[in-house]
Write a protein that binds this ligand. Structure first.
Ligand code: GLC
Length: 749
């Protein structure tokens, strides 16, 4: 007993001491900032508030002069430790006050070891995988002089026409919040001054994923109830996780561009959340308030952004050219400017840039693309893959197989498998599925034919070779999907079918009678109803990154077992969009797929004979595949759903548990998902909401009780006036996806 108490006393003393040290350090930093600001001219303050791309600085000599004159506080897209040190030296040793530059870059899902796209990382439902992936990205980026990344992108995204869904963590607020926290921790670690960590950036604040029509940069109309319940929570999770910066967005939110939006940037972020990090605009999004029609000119744009609370202007010059006038006119006061400069300088101190402004130029060689980093990338890819279908358990394949046909435009595309938002990844470092399968099976067993040059190829001239490869093989491994350029920023699509003649290629190889394993690489969910019917097995790998090939090969041959679950709903057709699992019930819910084939409607059907419920006459109302869906090579049984109580108070909690058994023949992981439904509320509530999950690995035959604590606080929502936890009746499910699960009921009293 004595040992324990001594340990606890020691722990308390240590904690107290470290708190005192950090308080003292904060005090020192604050006073150093105050002293610096007291010496700064307005031009130097505006320099700190300005971030430019090297191309905007008029070449190296002009850049150095601008830095020397204190006109630049941050540069984005400057690459390489030597190049960074070169300009940093001017800032630190030649400018009047020696304030270091902060160097930023979009390191979204890897620097040179490219991880799965964030939508794929979310499909792993494994926060540790996401954290490890971003920690690798941070270490590699930091070794090349980068201090700050513009990630994680945590815009809830319900529309796969929007190309940036690839960068998101999908449609669900809870899963995105879990990933937001993990990714921030991965990038930032526990100490921003650690040379292996970089500042993260919660973006795009806020509502950018709700672009009307899924068309990028389009307007967003989000009622406050939906904004606070669906779109804000991931940003609050990032803020609570200590994210160093936020980025405002391109979209106008209910008529007010988010880069000039006082409600979001001032009331919510600063006043309600008490956030004291730094806010940067998106690329020229301050100047873009002019084409938005929200500012008549750069001066008004500057006033709007400064009034709302954007500390740093990225890639436009509204601040630099207009703040003096705004001060003279009393529209902005110097205290505001000083507050913004403080936020910027505080970040530079936290990063240790004043003490350690330069990057060790020998670091990159020892850090980038290490075997450990590639292992982490391969593990992340493996856990991100979602098995959508496995007819007759054709997968996993046996190593004894005599030959495989490897076919398709994505079978050997080292560039495309990396996915969108890859600035520094090099395709020569990618290991493609063809390479990995050939290494695994040997040349003699692999018959390769691309069939189509790229995903959009219209010519079928390559089909004959593909059919020939199929005919001389035991099984076809067909790699279809999207080139990486078809998703990402400004890459919205109005049609989500496979591009080009890919489906025809599938039909052609299917016609040989060989079993077809379809592997789809894409930056979003696609409308693949036809392809699911044609293929025997379908593995969705998103864009899997540098190590996608070995991860796919190992999974197809059973060295790893699929454990991914969909972070998005798959629509049958683009016309169903938006379609997501946590939808409202409406007053006339469809409760079965009454009509999915318009041709089955009888001629001269009478007006109300088709059922007055919320569905499509030509697509029903169900999606193709539900959120949370994913198969395994093994199988799992759920039983014995238990609640510690069927009632709880508004401050209470109940433990929900279920027995999970691995009833298959492979050791495998299952994501046990907990959903609730608030049956009645002071505003209508979704038919289901994810409120917890656990990824559990079990051996064949093994059973484990899986418990998740559900707090009444987890059921809080905004009802248009207040955040409330309302008494009432609830449903709860524990299961394998958002459609299937054991059901129970509870109430809050
Ligand atoms: C882009 C993106 C943003 C990115 C920034 C810097 O337009 O919207 O996500 O971080 O500009 O590249």
């Amino acid at each position: 007993m004595k040992t324990i108490s001594l340990f606890l006393i020691g722990l308390l003393l240590l904690t107290g001491a470290s708190a005192a040290v950090s308080a003292e350090k904060k005090e020192q930093t604050d006073s150093r900032i105050k002293e610096l600001i007291s010496k700064m001219t307005l031009e130097e303050k505006l320099g700190q508030m300005s971030q430019f791309d090297p191309g905007q600085l008029g070449g190296p000599e002009n850049a150095k002069q601008a830095i020397k004159d204190g006109k630049v506080g941050s540069i984005l897209n400057l690459v390489g430790a030597s190049a960074v040190n070169d300009l940093q030296k001017v800032a630190v040793e030649e400018s009047r006050l020696g304030i270091p530059l902060i160097i930023a870059r979009d390191v979204i899902h890897g620097y040179q070891t490219i991880m799965p796209i964030p939508l794929g990382l979310a499909a792993s439902w494994n926060a540790e995988v996401a954290e490890d992936a971003m920690a690798v990205a941070a270490a590699e980026a930091a070794s090349e002089g980068i201090h700050w990344t513009f990630a994680p992108m945590i815009d809830v995204s319900r529309d796969p026409r929007w190309g940036r869904i690839a960068e998101s963590c999908g449609e669900d607020t809870y899963l995105t919040s879990v990933m937001a926290k993990a990714m921030v921790k991965g990038f930032q670690g526990d100490d921003l001054s650690n040379p292996k960590t970089i500042a993260a950036c919660a973006k795009h604040f806020v509502g950018y994923g709700a672009a009307e029509g899924g068309r990028d940069y389009n307007t967003t109309l989000i009622p406050e109830v939906q904004l606070r319940n669906d779109y804000l929570p991931p940003f609050k999770a990032a803020a609570d996780a200590g994210v160093a910066t936020f980025m405002s967005a391109f979209n106008d939110l209910n008529g007010v561009p988010t880069s000039g939006n006082e409600f979001t940037l001032k009331q919510i972020l600063r006043q309600e959340w008490g956030y004291n990090g730094m806010v940067v605009s998106d690329w020229a999004s301050i100047a873009e308030m002019i084409p938005h029609g929200y500012a008549a000119n750069k001066k008004e744009a500057a006033e709007r952004a400064l009034t709302a609370g954007v500390d740093m202007e990225m890639a436009s010059d509204c601040y630099v050219g207009n703040v003096q006038a705004l001060l003279d006119e009393g529209k902005i006061d110097m205290a505001t400017i000083d507050r913004y400069v403080t936020n910027i300088l505080r970040l530079k101190f936290e990063l240790g840039l004043f003490e350690r402004p330069y990057t060790d130029e020998a670091l990159a060689e020892k850090t980038i693309l290490t075997e450990k980093h590639k292992e982490i990338a391969q593990q992340a890819a493996s856990e991100s893959f979602v098995l959508l279908q496995n007819k007759n358990e054709i997968l996993p394949l046996s190593n004894e197989i005599s030959s495989v046909a490897v076919i398709g435009p994505l079978a050997d595309s080292p560039h495309d498998q990396m996915g969108t938002w890859v600035f520094d990844g090099k395709k020569e470092n990618s290991v493609t599925p063809l390479t990995a399968l050939t290494e695994k099976l040997g040349d003699a067993k692999v018959n390769f034919a691309k069939g189509l040059k790229i995903s959009r190829t219209k010519s079928t001239e390559g089909f004959a070779e593909a059919v020939e490869a199929a005919e001389k093989s035991d099984v076809v491994l067909l790699f279809l999907g999207e080139e990486s350029i078809l998703s990402g920023e400004a890459h919205s699509l109005a049609n989500l079918n496979l591009q080009g003649r890919q489906t025809e290629l599938l039909e052609a190889v299917k016609a040989t009678g060989r079993p077809v394993v379809l592997v789809i690489m894409a930056g979003r969910q696609l409308t693949i109803e036809r392809e699911l019917k044609l293929a025997d097995a379908v593995l969705y790998t998103w864009h899997p990154g540098t190590m996608g090939g070995p991860a796919i090969a190992d999974m197809l041959f059973g060295e790893t077992v699929p454990s991914g679950k969909l972070p998005v709903t798959f629509p049958k057709t683009v016309g169903q969009i938006p379609i997501y699992y946590n939808h409202k019930n409406t007053g006339r819910p469809a409760d079965y797929e009454q009509w999915t084939d318009i041709n089955k409607i009888p001629a001269e059907a009478t007006q109300h004979s088709l059922g007055n419920t919320s569905h499509y006459l030509d697509a029903g109302f169900e999606p193709l595949l539900p959120f949370g869906f994913g198969l395994s090579y093994s199988s799992f049984a759920y039983s014995n759903l238990e609640l510690s109580s069927n009632t709880m108070g508004a401050e209470g909690a109940i433990e929900v548990s279920v027995d999970l058994k691995n009833t298959g023949k492979y050791e495998a992981a299952e994501v046990v998902q907990l959903y609730i439904r608030d049956r009645f509320g002071s505003v209508t509530r979704p038919v289901k909401q994810l409120k917890g999950y656990k990824k559990i690995t079990l051996k064949p035959g093994e059973t484990q009780k899986v418990s998740i604590v559900l707090k009444a606080k987890d059921l809080e929502f905004f009802n248009g006036k207040d955040y409330v936890v309302e008494a009432g009746d609830f449903d709860v499910w524990m299961g394998t996806n958002s459609k299937e699960g054991l059901h129970a009921e509870f109430s809050i009293n």
